[in-house]
Design a protein around this ligand. Structure first.
Ligand code: C2E
Ligand code: MG
Ligand code: MG
Length: 538
């Protein structure tokens, strides 16, 4: 390419020199030769004049050649300039929406900052992320997704102040920056409110309604602020916080969010290192038959035995595992340990395992669990899987097919934390549940709060008519246990029966109750009273 350029530039230089020489010759000899040329052309002259005339005509031909080459060259330069401009604009903008791209919005925001500083104004940077865009793509295809992105871009353009910078940062993430009066930040809130309302209104395409909402994070640049990168990162952190608070909303960045993010990122790093080291282990919480007081099994609850921070609650690390995609491997690793632990316990004892909604989006989940059962030799009929109602929202038909496969193997399914969230009858009927678990928030307040009692009563009635036995979780004392038994709950669990225990402590309990086969009792079990380490909660 470069050598082509050099060649053509060399040719152009030679052409230029020839043309200049030709013009000089023309000027020098022109006046005398023109009359001779006319004579030669009309056949009135001959001899040595002919040569001069030929040179003169050649001169004219060269000038014409030069002129032609000059025209070609200017056309080429013009075309090259257009192509360069197009390449520049493609490199700076998103082809789908015509918005700036990530790199360019950064550069242009930096320019906007200097401009705003001169005028003693502030800059608002808004980061928008669509909440359920993946659903549109999955359910209606990528062309519908493109239509949504274009429509969202159009709606944003209409609502932001003139001269705002608008960008699509990739995927379903947009950004905009504009100057505002630092005394009137509420103007920015108003714009964010309008954006949220406008984006949430359905987009109708070929008779189908496509609905997306957006979460917005906002940061501001005032006179003393740091650079554009910090501004963008803060908006991003605030956007993440909007998502966490329930999506379809906006919030301003504040310093606590950054602190929270740092803690979270430390936890995430610790988790990535801790999973392969076996720091995540199963603990076991007793489940009891309320009519007979007999131990029927355990709910397996994950714990992180962190060497640096002690025992960490699943309420801290399960959400991080879900967000980072670690949940699948983490869950399988803890289940494997639990099946190994429990396979030799008394055959009447069941193990209940919590499954995250994210795991129910994995079409291979049932196969993975069955494989674990085969590998560890744990009988499927002693396993119960606990899922929450929120698992049924994302992809109900996939959840139905996974649950169908698990039930075919003889695994039982329980609906966990019922009474919180939607508590819908439709959800209860959507899957063939074997059991309903009432959320502990109703159970712990049943003696003080008549409403809680009414809810527990309604759920036990529902369970009876649907032939689904009820487990009450969070029983902390004898009176609550009696009340629940009277209301018709079949099983119970909670601190009244004991805190969740490590495998060593659980084996000790089983040994005392003669529920550990002799082969297993030979292994070490602690002789001292159980000390439950303090737990860190969110
Ligand atoms: P969950 O499934 O509702 O589990 C019951 C929670 O209630 C457990 O908290 C248990 O320790 C606590 N609890 C039990 N009895 C009482 C009581 O009498 N009073 C009070 N105040 N609390 C009681 P934990 O172990 O912190 O687990 C919290 C949640 O984390 C679980 O709620 C479950 O949703 C989730 N989780 C635990 N292990 C796993 C896991 O392996 N995978 C997944 N996906 N989630 C898990
Ligand atoms: Mg549970
Ligand atoms: Mg529960």
């Amino acid at each position: 390419m470069k050598s082509g350029y050099k060649l053509s530039a060399g040719r152009d230089a030679i052409t230029g020199i020839i043309v200049i020489l030709a013009i000089l010759m023309f000027v020098g000899t022109g006046s005398t030769v023109v009359t001779d040329a006319i004579a030669v052309l009309s056949g009135k002259a001959g001899g040595s004049d002919n040569m001069l005339v030929s040179a003169f005509l050649l001169n004219i031909a060269l000038i014409l050649f030069g002129w032609r080459r000059y025209k070609d060259l200017s056309k080429e330069v013009e075309e090259r300039a257009i192509a360069e401009e197009l390449a520049h604009s493609l490199a700076a903008t998103d082809p789908l929406t015509g918005f700036l791209n990530r790199r360019t919005i950064g550069e242009k925001t930096a320019d906007m900052i200097s401009n705003a500083q001169r005028k003693q104004k502030s800059i608002a940077f808004l980061m928008l992320d669509l909440d359920n865009f993946k659903n549109v793509n999955d359910m209606h295809g990528h062309s519908a997704g493109d239509i949504v992105l274009k429509q969202v871009a159009e709606r944003i353009s209409k609502l932001v102040p003139p001269n705002s910078l608008l960008a699509r940062l990739g995927g379903d993430e947009f950004a905009c920056a504009f100057i505002f009066d630092p005394e009137q930040p509420e103007m920015v809130d108003r714009i964010a409110d309008d954006l949220i309302d406008s984006i949430a209104s359905p987009i109708v395409e070929n008779g189908t309604q496509l609905v997306v909402t957006t979460s917005i994070g906002m940061s501001r640049y005032d006179f003393e602020s740091e650079g554009v990168d910090v501004l963008m990162r803060r908006a991003d952190i605030a956007m993440y916080s909007s998502k966490k608070q329930g999506r379809n909303r906006h919030c301003w960045f504040d310093a606590n969010m950054e602190q929270e993010l740092q803690t979270r990122s430390l936890l995430e790093t610790g988790m990535r290192a801790g999973i392969p080291k076996g720091e995540f282990v199963p603990y076991y919480e007793q489940q009891v038959d309320l009519a007979t007081g007999k131990l029927t099994g355990f709910e397996m609850l994950a714990r992180w035995e962190s060497p640096s921070q002690g025992l960490i609650s699943p309420e801290v690390f399960i959400p991080i595992a879900e967000e980072t995609g670690m949940i699948g491997d983490l869950s399988i690793s803890i289940m494997r340990q639990a099946f190994d632990d429990a396979k030799n316990w008394d055959s009447s004892l069941t193990i209940s395992v919590n499954i995250s909604p994210i795991q129910l989006l994995d079409p291979w989940l049932a196969q993975k669990i069955v494989k674990l059962l085969v590998e560890t030799g744990f009988p499927p009929n002693r396993l119960e899987i606990e899922i929450t109602e929120s698992s049924l929202f994302e992809n109900l038909s996939l959840a139905q097919s996974i649950v169908g496969s698990l039930k075919n193997q003889g695994i039982k399914i329980a609906l966990d934390d019922f009474g919180t969230g939607y508590s819908s009858l439709a959800h209860l009927r959507a899957l063939p549940f074997d059991r309903i678990k009432i959320d502990r928030s109703f159970v712990t307040s049943i003696l003080q709060n008549p409403e809680s009692k009414a809810i527990v009563k309604a759920i036990t009635g529902l369970g009876e008519s649907l032939d689904m036995p009820i487990t009450a979780e969070g029983i902390e004392d004898k009176d609550t246990e009696t009340e629940l038994r009277n209301l018709g709950c079949a099983k119970g669990q909670g601190w009244h029966y004991g805190r969740p225990l490590s495998v060593v402590q659980t084996r000790k309990t089983l040994l005392e109750r003669n529920l550990l086969p002799s082969a297993d009792t030979e292994e070490d079990v602690p002789s001292t009273a159980d000390e439950i380490p303090a737990q860190k909660t969110a």
